[in-house]
Design a protein. Structure first.
Length: 454
């Protein structure tokens, strides 16, 4: 048997790589249900586990960027449904599934996941009533996120057309159950928030089982509702149905029809209110017209009493009187100023500058002589007072006492003045201040009288 050509010989790496490509290219992503076993969360955050049933098992991996949307944490023994891509782990040649979605299987598991996600989002504050946005009283346009073929949309449009046909309705068509529901609802909320073409959004679908409503219990949908800048009204299912989206929405309505009713006012009530406002406006307009008519009549009566011709006559008479008074006042003022001018001329002639300057120089000379005499007298008096003060100071100064041969005795080193022998016992060191300089001494003995006996 001839040896195969080198290009036809597969390495193990090549074999595993081509097997992986065949598996990934030949099988589309699919949903697989089974029981979790051998669950491990790696330090990287990735999940590794096995999915098994009574006859077989398969290795699975779910990477960290896909685990955030899982409503309940996996654990061994939990029945789940995963959406996964069939693949092969090349280093070990192991057949495996790469999961991107995971949901608990069965109503009991779904209820457990619902309660777990509800508790976690409530702890984060997503259900806090303080963060809810108020609904507009008169929306200019209304957005509806729902299935374009569902009965919920027909009910909403019927209610809006009956109650408030003024506002246009903008439909964001989405799937409301199944695999595509979650990403489509999230995209629709983000698109409506980005466009800002409506004042309020109705998120709605008809009733169904917990599995049918599960898209509205997913964390990604809840966070998209929370992040939407436009007020969101949730009308999912029937009155007894509650979803996570209901708790996060700005307003929860028991049904899609109730969501439409709570979003817009009733045109019949609006028409009745407009009629009331129109009646009040008419009454106030008539009352205002009557008041203005009465005011106009009063003004016309006052105008007749105050005819302009009469006022002009009084003003002419007053003008003539003021003109006469002005003429008399001007003549009187001119005469008085003429007399003052003549008097000023006489005084100016009598007080010529060179005469006044000579008198001022004489007064200055006399004042200078008086000032010199006063200064000399003050200096003599101050010298006399200074000499007397110096003599009095010398009489009481301790320096004068030192001049007569006395000394000032202080303890050393504290500097206290010694006034009696008791203040300087034997061996006390003393400082004697003399006229010139000072002495340091030590006490050797105490004397009884004024003259010591050595």
């Amino acid at each position: 048997m001839a040896a195969p050509a080198p290009e036809n010989i597969y390495s193990v790496s090549r074999l595993n790589r081509e097997a992986r490509l065949i598996l990934e290219g030949g099988l589309p992503p699919m949903w697989v249900m089974g029981e979790i076993s051998n669950f491990v969360q790696a330090a990287s955050g990735h999940w590794y586990f096995s999915l098994k049933d009574a006859q077989a098992q398969v290795r699975c991996a779910m990477f960290r960027n896909r685990t955030t949307g899982v409503p309940v944490r996996p654990q061994n023994g939990l029945q789940v449904q995963i959406r996964a891509q069939v693949s092969l782990y090349e280093p070990r040649g192991e057949f495996q599934l790469i999961a991107d979605q995971m949901h608990p299987a069965g109503a009991g598991a779904l209820r457990m996941a619902f309660e777990a996600l509800k508790a976690r989002l409530a702890a984060e504050g997503l259900f806090d009533p303080a963060r809810r946005q108020p609904l507009p009283a008169y929306p200019r346009s209304i957005g509806v996120i729902s299935s374009p073929t569902g009965a919920a949309l027909r009910d909403i449009l019927h209610v809006l057309a009956r109650r408030y046909p003024l506002a246009p309705v903008i439909l964001y068509p989405v799937a409301v159950q199944g695999v595509d529901a979650e990403p489509q609802i999230v995209r629709a909320l983000a698109l409506a928030g980005m466009r800002r073409e409506c004042d309020v959004i109705i998120l709605a679908r008809g009733g169904g089982s917990l599995e049918d409503l599960w898209a509205f219990n997913l964390e990604t949908v809840a966070r998209a509702v929370h992040a939407c800048p436009i007020p969101v009204v949730s009308g999912v299912g029937h009155e007894i149905d509650f979803t996570i989206a209901d708790f996060v929405a700005d307003l929860r309505a028991p049904t899609p029809s109730a969501a439409a009713e709570s979003t817009v006012p009733d045109r019949i009530e609006l028409a009745h209110r407009l009629d009331q406002l129109q009646a009040r406006l008419s009454q106030r307009s008539l009352a205002s017209l009557k008041a203005q008519r009465l005011h106009t009549t009063q003004l016309a009566h006052r105008l007749g009493q105050c005819h302009p011709e009469r006022r002009l006559q009084r003003q002419r008479q007053l003008l003539d009187e003021l003109e006469a008074r002005l003429t008399r006042s001007l003549h009187f003022r001119i005469d008085r100023l003429s007399h003052r001018l003549a008097a000023q001329r006489s005084r100016l002639w009598a007080g010529r500058p060179h005469v006044r300057l000579r008198h001022a120089q004489d007064r200055l000379t006399r004042a200078g002589a008086a000032l010199h005499r006063a200064i000399d007298g003050r200096l003599v008096e101050n010298a006399r007072r200074l000499a007397a003060a110096s003599r009095a100071l010398d009489a009481v100064s301790p320096l004068g006492t030192l001049e007569r041969g006395y000394a000032i005795v202080r303890r050393w080193p504290d500097g206290a003045v010694v006034q009696s022998p008791e203040q300087a016992p034997v061996d006390t060191r003393l400082q004697l201040r003399l006229r010139h300089g000072s002495l340091l001494c030590r006490v050797d003995a105490m004397a009884d009288g004024e003259t010591p006996s050595w």
